[in-house]
Ligand binder design. Structure first.
Ligand code: GDP
Length: 534
């Protein structure tokens, strides 16, 4: 048991906020991250957080990124303190082919910031990531970015968010025009204008704050037509919009909306302050023994991500652990119930960009990296006392399917070992078709680049050269149907059924048509696009 007293534990857990930013590529996630880190004093210069991505993203770039240990790929969490709150900002890969990684990271977040490009509105990747947050029922903040560019009408944007994402919205502030004529935002609560004066991209601009009642100053700053346009919009929102409900917000059913322009540092501090006021401290998590309270003195946590080869010289693997309850201190002994094995957490690490530092203490809400000698799997629980395991990390329906082949029969055993380990790490998913004895496992991925990473790692870490044979499936759906119903469905249609590594059944479909045909023919079977609903 740790030496940390209950009072310190309560204080430390209460002042933690663990969150992620979700967005479609290019909406400004990297820029926003950088501005938050600047405000938190975690970096000093704008431009420190480099956007490690390119439009033509190839495997070699991914490997190159790995070598450089670029922030978008390898860093899992960035820490900063603001107003005595410890912020753990979980980083997610920029490229959508690695969105499975993002889905899993969201399992470790207590809140999400949804970033939307004010001109483009809700985009494809925003929708996917939003759905994952919705499934978890975590609070979702919306930041509408790039107001300094020509934007959509804010009322239209609100309507789009509500109708496409099926979530209520509550604008916390309201923009006065956009693009060349952008004059700032009106804060609803204080009824003040935060006046947008310049386009300072490096240091923070402290906005001039003018109460709307100060007509003289307001007139000097904002042309009358722009002001009345914004006030009309705000009036519409006051009349027709949702009232703020803290309960709905905490469940992820109502999103507070903020406007701003991250690149010019406008609206970011205001956002961060409100975010810290409103976002919840670490919450309890479901387990095989009921909800585990973060303030419990017993340490527990789960692994949501495994990163291989962060340092190519050492062939090391780091497992990222989200602490759910209690506190960590150097040398803590924990049990991994899945393996029925005790391990000593000797050198957990905290990561920041290229630097790692060894941690002395960490608390519920924090994310630490622990050295993985190749034993951990995504979703593993680590507990100080007891045998409970946390609810699993959801897997999402893959859209790409393949088998791997090796030319050397001698390497088959090695290949299988590599596949099992890499699948446990979450590189790709693995399914087995039990109806065909000794058939190759079917590998499945949300993004096709995951396969390239798999082949690269099989060759480099397991010394097995493989080729990929794509399978012509398009959709996978989990089912909780009985074995008899599954057999009946297979008789009625030519559907393929497989089992995942947890033993759950899935059906594979060649195209949209075969999926809808199946649903029509076999209405007694329920299909799920995530295993979390099983
Ligand atoms: P990510 O792909 O979501 O990480 O997006 P980035 O942060 O890399 O931003 C994409 C592009 O949008 C970059 O060229 C940014 O400089 C630009 N950008 C980000 N925020 C703003 C903003 O508030 N205003 C304007 N005009 N451009 C922005």
């Amino acid at each position: 048991m740790s030496s940390i007293d209950k009072h310190t534990l309560n204080n430390e857990v209460n002042r933690r906020r663990t969150f992620a930013i979700i967005s479609h590529p290019d909406a400004g996630k990297t820029t926003m991250t950088e501005k938050l880190l600047l405000l938190g004093g975690a970096i000093r210069l704008a431009g420190s957080v480099k956007a490690k991505k390119s439009k033509k993203f190839a495997t070699s770039d991914w490997m190159e990124l790995e070598k450089q240990r670029g922030i978008s790929v390898s860093t899992s969490v960035m820490n900063f303190e603001y107003r005595n709150v410890v912020c753990n900002l979980l980083d997610t890969p920029g490229h959508q082919d690695f969105s499975e990684d993002t889905y899993r990271t969201l399992a470790a977040a207590d809140a999400a910031i949804m970033l939307i490009d004010a001109a483009k509105g809700v985009e494809a990747q925003t929708i996917k990531l939003f759905e994952v947050c919705k499934l978890r029922g975590i609070p979702i903040f919306t930041f509408v970015n790039k107001l300094d560019r020509e934007s959509q009408d804010p009322l239209d944007l609100m309507h789009e968010i509500e109708s496409v994402l099926n979530i209520a919205t509550y604008p916390m502030n309201w923009p006065v025009s956009s693009g060349e004529r952008f004059k700032g935002i009106i804060e609803r609560e204080s009824k003040c204008l935060h006046f947008f004066e310049g386009r300072n991209t490096t240091t923070e601009t402290v906005a001039k704050i003018i109460p709307l009642s100060d007509k003289v100053q307001i007139e000097q700053c904002v042309p009358a037509d722009l002001l009345s346009g914004a006030l009309d919009g705000l009036e519409m929102v006051e009349m027709a919009g949702d009232a703020f409900s803290h309960e709905k917000f905490l469940k992820g059913q109502l999103s507070p909306v903020f406007f701003g322009a991250a690149m010019t540092n406008f609206g970011v501090r205001l956002f961060l302050e409100k975010f810290l006021d409103m976002s919840p401290p670490p919450s309890s998590k479901g387990s095989s023994e009921g909800k585990i309270d973060p303030f419990s003195t017993q340490f527990s946590g789960f692994i949501f991500k495994i990163q291989a080869n962060m340092d190519p010289k050492h062939r090391d693997r780091i497992a990222f652990l989200r602490i759910v309850s209690g506190a960590y201190e150097v040398g803590l002994n924990v049990k991994v119930p899945r393996l029925n094995r005790e391990i000593r957490l000797t050198h957990p690490q905290q990561f920041f960009a290229q630097d790692r530092s060894t941690l002395e203490k960490a608390y519920a809400g924090d994310v630490v990296g622990i050295y993985d000698p190749g034993i951990f799997a995504i979703g593993d629980s680590l507990v100080e006392n007891g045998d409970f395991v946390f609810e699993g990390i959801p897997a999402f329906a893959p859209e790409n399917f393949a088998v791997v082949r090796t030319t050397s029969a001698l390497k088959r055993k090695q290949l299988l070992k590599g596949l099992v380990q890499l699948c446990q790490e979450g590189t790709v998913q693995m399914f087995v078709d039990e109806s065909r004895a000794a058939s190759d496992p079917i590998l499945a991925a949300v993004g096709v680049l995951q396969f390239d990473v798999l082949l690269f790692r099989l060759k480099n870490e397991y010394n097995v050269e493989c080729s990929l044979e794509n399978l012509s499936f398009k959709h996978a759906r989990w089912t909780n149907a009985s074995i008899d119903d599954i057999a009946r469905a297979k008789e009625q249609t030519d559907v393929v059924s497989v089992r995942d590594m947890q033993g759950c059944y899935l059906f594979l479909f060649k195209n949209d048509f075969s999926l809808s045909y199946f649903q029509e023919k076999c209405p007694y079977i329920r299909l799920f696009s995530s295993n979390s609903s099983l």
